[in-house]
Design a protein around this ligand. Structure first.
Ligand code: NAP
Length: 312
């Protein structure tokens, strides 16, 4: 496949502060490594301290960049997201890039600490949707103040899984109706709908230079299939899996390429390697965008007693 974007095209990122969720392994770690290689200040936002700290050490040793740090973030817990935001704010740093990358795929039925189906809890605005929604909207004032800045929501071609059944948010926590891949598809469709709705709201507010986009990274050789049965894992291995480095390219394009600002790329969905694609209908419907936004706001109101809303 022709690469419209490659590692050599990642520009110098000196002076840029970048948060990458789920960057202790897989595609997120590859992104954190490339950002650090280009001199960015990188926040490795991940849930397991031992894995996060090990990744930071590896990235620092490989790139020689000391400005790589771990900050704990469990996206399946709103309390943890709040703590992350508080700790990050105490650093008084700008945010030039928020890469919402962390995700889980097709895990068995489970509710998050806040009582939300795990993939939706985690993926929404990446495959931890509610956590990423809250993280993004809480950090948005800093992202706006740091503009030009970018938000990249890592979605998946799996957003297509819901094409026949629809979003069905009312079935979110219904164990009897739970299908692990359908739930993954819903969370990944949510990433695209969130991208489009957030972009719409920023434009309505008159914000010109915050670039919010979504992507599918490709079918990548990572730990993502860890919850799948050996048979499913075997089937997935029959796909031509690309490396995490190649898998990072499309989101690195949206995160760093000067094209994004030059061509005013906003609210879009990109596939490997840096090519725009129209998502499926369920993920572009304006009524789904509004429905999802209001639904998520209501979930947060139920979890956080003094929640005052996304603020945009
Ligand atoms: N691999 C593919 O073929 C593929 C295809 C399409 C889309 N994607 C998307 O690409 C993104 C990255 O996936 P990957 O392939 O790199 O998978 P991966 O190797 O499994 O990495 C996932 C990352 O997300 C983190 N994570 C999971 N749950 C979390 C939580 N509650 N809070 C914070 N971090 C959490 C993991 O942390 P731990 O290590 O602590 O678990 C890990 O760092 C995901 O959004 C995925 O849906 C991947």
């Amino acid at each position: 496949m022709v690469k419209k974007f490659n590692i050599e095209l990642i520009p110098d990122m000196t002076g840029k502060v970048c948060i990458v969720t789920g960057s202790n392994t897989g595609i997120g770690k590859a992104c954190a490594m490339e950002l650090a290689q280009q001199n960015a200040h990188v926040i490795v936002a991940s849930r397991t301290p031992a894995r996060g700290i090990a990744a930071v050490k590896e990235i620092q040793e490989t790139t020689g960049n000391a400005k790589v740090e771990f900050l704990q973030l469990d996206l399946a817990s709103i309390e943890s997201v709040s703590q992350f935001v508080t700790e990050f704010k105490a650093k008084n740093l700008p945010i030039h890039l928020l890469m919402n990358n962390a995700g889980v795929m097709a895990c068995p039925y489970e509710l998050s600490k806040d009582g939300i189906e795990m993939q939706f809890a985690t993926n929404h605005a990446s495959n931890i949707f509610v956590g990423h929604f809250y993280l993004t909207t809480q950090l948005l004032p800093i992202i706006e103040a740091s503009a030009p800045s970018r938000i990249v929501n890592v979605s998946s071609n799996g957003h297509r899984f819901i094409q026949c059944r629809g979003l069905r948010l009312e079935e979110l926590n219904d164990k009897d109706k739970y299908g692990s891949f359908m739930a993954y598809g819903r969370s990944k469709a949510a990433n695209i709908l969130f991208t489009r709705e957030l972009n719409r709201r920023l434009e309505a507010k008159g914000v010109q230079n915050v670039y919010v986009n979504a992507n599918h990274p490709g079918v990548v050789d990572s730990e993502l299939a860890r919850y799948s049965s050996p048979i499913i894992q075997k089937i997935l291995k029959t796909f031509v899996l690309i490396s995490t480095r190649d898998g990072s390219l499309t989101q690195m394009y949206l995160a760093t390429s000067p094209d994004v600002e030059k061509n005013n790329i906003k609210g879009k969905y990109y596939i490997p390697y840096g090519v725009e694609k129209q998502p499926e209908r369920e993920s572009t419907s304006e009524s789904n965008q509004t429905l999802l936004w209001d639904f998520t706001e209501n979930l947060l109101k139920n979890i956080i007693p003094d929640y005052t809303g996304a603020g945009i």
